[in-house]
Design a binder for this molecule. Structure first.
Ligand SMILES: Cc1ncc(COP(=O)(O)O)c(C=O)c1O
Length: 394
């Protein structure tokens, strides 16, 4: 039996389901990707310096990645976490080795927000406390717990209580200590580098002091590496520049190169209990196959080193442009600050020069998060295009 649509308005127009309109859209539809380029249906080629919000780590449509996921799909696409999924152990072992956190455990989920949600929950299970310290400008996701530690009033609904969260300025260690001294803080959550706020780096010395304070007051330190992790900054995790070892590390975005997957890396002092955390889709066969392929390619193609080297070259080239006020970030997580709002410049880059870049809540900052396999030649290409736009804007 074929069901006929039955909903009509008063003029007998058939209603069709629309998308819930929450995203400001760029009027381009990419249909194909290759390395650090994407193409629309007419074959117009765009240089992708944004990687769909830092998600594309190993480049678009890497053949090894495509094959790994396709092969797995042909065998088994999904079964729940109630059976043995040895791909999960393979992924955990590889992630431990590549990141240097071999003695940590891995809990797999589906998005950055979930990874953070699980991290703050785990901290609270661990010490029985509920207050959280977060930082001005922070972005940790949109689920209830994660959005409560996010510093953006416009995405906080009345049900997202923040009475248990205290925001302090980034790099202000005294402000942190004032809070930790009160002895009711469960965890401190901080991004490896603040992304959404416009690429703000915590100072290495601040992270060192923060880790020491968390140890002193027995507070769980959570490093949100959802955007800054997976080699993006020229180290596997951004906090590794400071030489600290957080209690919990969260990761997503680059982990699956577009396949939804996230991880919470957990210090051995946390003891698991059956039922403590859980998810239906987290750690499914396809997500694991995608994530294993990403780590294999990161290693085979030496993408962490590439992010460091090309990042240095990028900063060098940008430093010679006099219109730029400051360059922030590390490796291939860069914020270019101009003395003006970048809306028009960004539109020009997309529409006239065919380059995707990102914005941030800091209106003067252009956010660059290219695939980690970008070369100096693409940097040169971008610098030329940027200069053309800046000339037009004069
Ligand atoms: C640092 C950071 N944490 C968490 C998130 C949330 O990730 P997701 O959108 O996958 O839930 C983001 C997303 O931009 C992020 O940048």
């Amino acid at each position: 039996m074929v069901l006929k649509p039955t909903r009509f308005d008063i003029n007998f127009n058939y209603y069709k389901m629309n998308l819930f309109d929450v995203y400001p859209i760029i009027n381009i539809e990419p249909v194909k990707g290759e390395g650090c380029f994407i193409f629309d249906a007419e074959g117009t080629k765009y240089l992708d310096l944004y990687g769909g919000h830092a998600v594309i780590s190993i480049g678009h449509s890497h053949p090894y990645y495509v094959k790994k996921i396709s092969d797995q799909l042909k065998k088994l696409g999904f079964y729940s976490n109630s059976v043995i999924i040895s791909l999960q152990s393979e992924l955990a072992e590889k992630l431990g080795k590549v990141s240097g956190y071999t003695d940590y455990s891995l809990f797999l989920s589906n998005s950055g927000a979930e990874a953070n949600e699980n991290a703050i929950k785990l901290a609270s299970f661990y010490n029985g406390k509920s207050r959280i310290v977060s930082f001005n400008g922070a972005f940790h996701g949109r689920t209830a717990g994660a959005v409560a530690v996010t510093d953006n009033r416009s995405i906080i609904a009345p049900i997202n209580s923040r009475s248990h969260v205290t925001f302090v300025p980034l790099n202000d260690i005294d402000a942190v200590e004032v809070e930790l001294k009160k002895k009711d803080v469960s965890s401190v959550i901080i991004e490896g580098i603040q992304g959404v706020a416009g690429i703000n780096c915590p100072e290495d010395s601040f992270l060192k002091d923060l880790a020491a304070l968390c140890t002193k007051y027995d507070v769980v330190l959570i490093l949100d590496e959802v955007q800054s992790g997976y080699g993006r900054t020229g180290k596997f995790f951004a906090h590794q520049y400071a030489g600290i070892t957080p209690d919990i590390i969260t990761t997503a975005k680059g982990m699956g190169n577009g396949f939804p997957v996230a991880g919470t890396l957990i210090h051995p002092k946390f003891r698991p209990k059956h039922g403590m955390l859980g998810t239906t889709f987290g750690g499914n066969h396809l997500a694991c196959a995608a994530s294993i392929a990403v780590l294999d390619i990161i290693e085979m193609d030496k993408l962490v080193d590439n992010a460091f080297e090309v990042g240095q070259y990028f900063i060098e080239r940008l430093s010679a442009i006099e219109e730029i006020k400051s360059i922030r970030g590390r490796g291939l997580m860069l914020g270019i600050e101009f003395p003006f709002a970048v809306n028009e410049l960004r539109n020009m880059l997309i529409n006239d020069e065919k380059v995707f870049t990102g914005s941030s809540t800091a209106k003067e900052v252009l956010r660059l998060l290219p695939p980690l396999n970008i070369h100096n030649a693409e940097v040169d290409m971008f610098v030329g295009k940027l200069q053309t736009c800046l000339k037009k804007l004069k």
